[in-house]
Design a binder for this molecule. Sequence first.
Ligand code: CP3
Length: 348
Amino acid sequence: MTDAPPPLHDSPLVRAARRQSVPHTPVWFMRQAGRSLPEYRAVREGVGMLESCRRPDLVTEITLQPVRRHGVDAAIFFSDIVVPLAAVGVHLDIVAGVGPVVAKPVRTRADLDRLPELTPEHVPYISEAVRLLVAELGDTPLIGFAGAPFTLASYLVEGGPSKNHEHTKALMYGDPQLWHDLCARLAQISGEFLRVQAAAGASAVQLFDSWVGALPRTDYERFVQPHSAAALAAVGGLDVPKIHFGVGTGELLASMGAAGADVVGVDFRVSLTDAVARLGDRYAVQGNLDPALLFAPWEALEAKVRSIVEEGKAAPGHIFNLGHGVLPSTDPDVLTRVVELVHEVSAR
Ligand code: CP3
C-alpha cells in the first residue's frame, strides 16, 4: 500500500464544485475517454468493453489518455454505468453502437430477488484501478461515477436502450411497490459503487441520470428523487463533491439539486443563465456546450464557448463541460483547442 493520496481540495474542479474562487474555469468532457481518440481505439483493439473495464492497467491508460492530450482539469474514471450490474451477476453485454443489452429484462419480484446488493468484493478491480490512477494523476482530480437508479432501471426493465421507456413507466405506475424496491436496490448498488471509488481516492463523483428527462417533475419527485438521494448519500461522509447530471432535465434541475448534489449538470437545451435562475445560489453548475457544435467552424464555436464561460461567471460555481458526451467522430484537436480557450478567457 502506498501513502494515501493528497486531497485535491485546491484543484480548480473541486473548488468550483464547492462554489469557491478559482484561478480559471475548470473544464472536462463527458466521454472524453473513448472512441474519439485514436490511441483509445488502439488499446481497445480486440478487447471487449466490459473486459477492458475489469483490467486496471487498461482502465488507467484509457483514463489518462485525454488528460495527457487535452490538459483537462479532471479525469473521468473509465468504466460504464452497467459495470456494477454485471459485477453482481446480471447477464448483459455492451454492444458497440447500441449500448448495454440485458439478456433477461427485470420485470417481476422474482427478477428483483435475483439482484444482490453490491459489496466491495464484487469490484476489486475498481479500487485497484482508482489507486493506480490517483498515483499517476498527481494534482489532477479523478471523478468517479455511477448510473442513477432510474437510468439503470430503464436498461434493466427495457432490456436495452429505449426511446420511450414504456416498460419502465408501466412498472412504475403498475406496481409502485416493486418499482420502489427495485430502485432502492439500485440505489444501494450505485451508492456503493460511488463509495468504493471515493474511498480509493477519487476527488469528486458524478451520478448520471441520463434518461430521467423522460419524466415530469411530479413523477421525478415521487418515483426517483428519494432513490437518487440515497445513492448520493452513500458518499456523504467522504468529503467529495457530488455532481448530478441528466439529459433533457430542464424541468428537473432544482429537484435534482435537492437530491443532494453540490453541482447540477445542465444539458445544452437550457442556457446556464436560465439554469442558475432555476437553481438559485445553492449549487454550482456544469455544462453546457452542445457536442454537435464541435463540428461547426471554429469562429462560431469560439463565440459559443466564450458566451458559456461568460454565463458561467454569474453562477456560484461553474465547471465547463459539454451538454452530453463527446460524439465518436469528433476531431480531438478541437477538444484541445476548447480547453485552451476556456482556460485563456476565464483566467482571473
Ligand atoms: O469518458 C468517459 O466519460 C468515461 C467513461 C464512460 C463510459 N460510459 C464509457 C463507454 C462513462 C462515464 C459512461 C457512462 C454511461 N454509459 C452513461 C451515462 C453517460 C451518458 O452518456 O449519458 C450511459 C447512458 C451509458 C450506457 C452506455 N454505454 C451507452 C449509451 C454506450 C454507447 C453505445 C455506443 O456504442 O454508442 C455505452 C458504451 C460505452 N461506454 C462506450 C464507452 C467508451 C463505447 C464502447 C466501445 O468502445 O465500443
